[in-house]
Design a protein around this ligand. Structure first.
Ligand SMILES: NC(=O)c1ccc[n+]([C@@H]2O[C@H](COP(=O)([O-])OP(=O)(O)OC[C@H]3O[C@@H](n4cnc5c(N)ncnc54)[C@H](OP(=O)(O)O)[C@@H]3O)[C@@H](O)[C@H]2O)c1
Length: 272
């Protein structure tokens, strides 16, 4: 049976390659991008896949939480069931470091937007769905003041903290939902895979991005991952591994979840 799979950041890199793989396997892929022209080109290219699954396109800048809300509403308007959400979109280096509401864009796009999107899509995902969250080998303890935009960090430190933040809420949400929600798994897709991000961040060509796309495809479809809610898969070693110790600390993870929820509540109240 074809599955319905939403992949954020499917206009480039690992997300684009994963979309290609899933479409070629006949699944319906909900493509997401922030640039309409890029999104249209990807949709057109994937439509030419022999015996490929259908695609739909969704536009949203994930650094703006109102657009994350609109994305969730647009998906909900067209679907009553979502099999898989892959929170893949991510940013390391960019010209616009501070979002409209004063957050570091790495925390906004890599950790907070996926939290909001996941929360909004829980009803569609139900108990049988799954959420694959893009983590990284680069993870550093999260400074709450950096998460709320009070402290500025270097690109590398902000990125690594945002990746531990998404890993922490992934495990924490999985444990609090237990069997009442989708499986939630954090995945490091492999390090230094040759995407735009790696070229811009490190100035190197990097490895084969299909390594990342293959593990995301497996994470989206295999029974092995369905039974791994609350776990961390490290594709550098090719196995489920214990996560960063902070992700196993329920007090610290609870604090990070609470800060993210507070940021989102404050943002929504400022819109009123
Ligand atoms: N490559 C690696 O070695 C590696 C290692 C560990 C983890 N990861 C993670 O893997 C994921 C994919 O990264 P990648 O290496 O494939 O990077 P990439 O080629 O730069 O792709 C990133 C994707 O995210 C989208 N994106 C960025 N900012 C966005 C925003 N504000 N709103 C909406 N979409 C946005 C990009 O859109 P545009 O196409 O418009 O730029 C692009 O589609 C990221 O979460 C990254 O942290 C990658």
């Amino acid at each position: 049976m074809p599955k319905t799979i939403l992949i954020t950041g499917s206009t480039d890199g690992i997300g684009l390659e994963t979309s290609r793989m899933l479409v070629s396997l006949g699944h319906r892929v909900l493509l997401h991008g922030r640039d309409q022209t890029k999104l249209d080109k990807v949709a057109e290219a994937l439509a030419a896949t022999p015996d490929g699954g259908q695609t739909e396109s969704y536009l949203a800048d994930l650094s703006r939480f109102s657009e994350v809300e609109e994305l969730a509403k647009a998906v909900t308007a067209k679907h009553d069931k979502l099999d898989v959400l892959i929170n893949n979109a991510g940013v390391y280096r960019t010209a616009e470091i501070i979002t409209e509401i004063g957050l570091d864009v790495r925390f906004a796009v890599n950790a907070i937007a996926p939290f909001l999107l996941t929360q909004r899509l829980l009803p569609l995902l139900g108990k049988s769905g799954r959420v694959i969250n893009l983590s990284s080998a680069a993870q550093s303890p999260v400074d709450p003041d950096a998460l709320t935009g009070k402290v500025r960090l270097s690109d590398g430190v902000a990125y690594a903290q945002s990746k531990l933040a998404i890993t922490m809420w992934s495990l924490s949400m999985a444990h609090s939902l237990k069997d009442d929600g989708p499986a939630i798994i954090a995945v490091n897709p492999g390090s230094m895979l040759g995407s735009k991000m790696v070229k811009e961040a490190y100035g190197v060509t990097g490895g084969d991005i299909r390594i990342g796309a293959e593990i995301l495809t497996r994470a989206a479809l295999s029974d092995e991952f369905a039974a791994a809610s609350g776990e961390y898969f490290d594709n550098d070693s090719g196995q489920f591994r214990p996560p960063h110790p902070d992700a196993l600390d329920s007090r610290k993870s609870g604090e990070i979840m609470h800060i993210i929820e507070t940021v989102l509540v404050n943002e929504s109240q400022s819109d009123i």
